[in-house]
Ligand binder design. Sequence first.
Ligand code: ATP
Length: 209
Amino acid sequence: MLEVTDLACLKGDRLLFRGLALRLAPGAMLRVAGPNGVGKTSLLRLLTGLTEPEAGTVSWCGVPLRRERENFHRALFYLGHAAALNDMLSALENLRFACAAAGDEEVDEAACVRALERIGLGAQLDLPARVLSQGQRRRVGLARLFLASARPLWVLDEPFTALDVHAVADLAGTLGAHCAAGGMVVLTTHQEAPFAQPPDVLDVGRYAC
Ligand SMILES: Nc1ncnc2c1ncn2[C@@H]1O[C@H](COP(=O)(O)OP(=O)(O)OP(=O)(O)O)[C@@H](O)[C@H]1O
């Protein structure tokens, strides 16, 4: 269970939002909505513990994040809005590096190959990231979803960006299946996706200062 109470976010000398509250139970999917610049990415970074709130608390299983970091990070899969790839490394090497950096020690090369094949990059495994298209770069990051089923909380910033219509539908199905299995998803997106069960929506603009 992820719970947020009375959250405020300061950027520079500007208070973006305050009084924001949410609760995410197993099986739930939440879409964080609002116009450009309202603070969606900033909220996701607060939810993942990457940044500290100006006020309020983010709790995981009833314990504030600042006292729960290790357990929380084992439970979290976070995908930022930029595809953070090393252009010199291949798609497979990038995925293996991302898994190692996240502490997924049990993930071996064969599992990474299967994940990349599952996401439609079977023919690009050994291509350097610098020659991949934007959608293919996005897919390298998303391939980790197929290795992260043990992590209940998925926080995804614009996961559909640059994906074609089939990949959008496939990803929507993957996220729905994760929730149906008791996982939780928080995402931002500016585009509609064909979810079988429409996610709950949190409009950050309601809390804007
Ligand atoms: N150091 C800073 N000083 C002042 N404002 C900042 C600073 N850093 C970020 N901001 C502002 O914080 C706001 C929130 O940015 P954020 O990326 O969270 O928005 P967003 O809702 O995710 O936008 P988008 O839909 O465009 O991705 C923006 O208006 C941005 O200009």
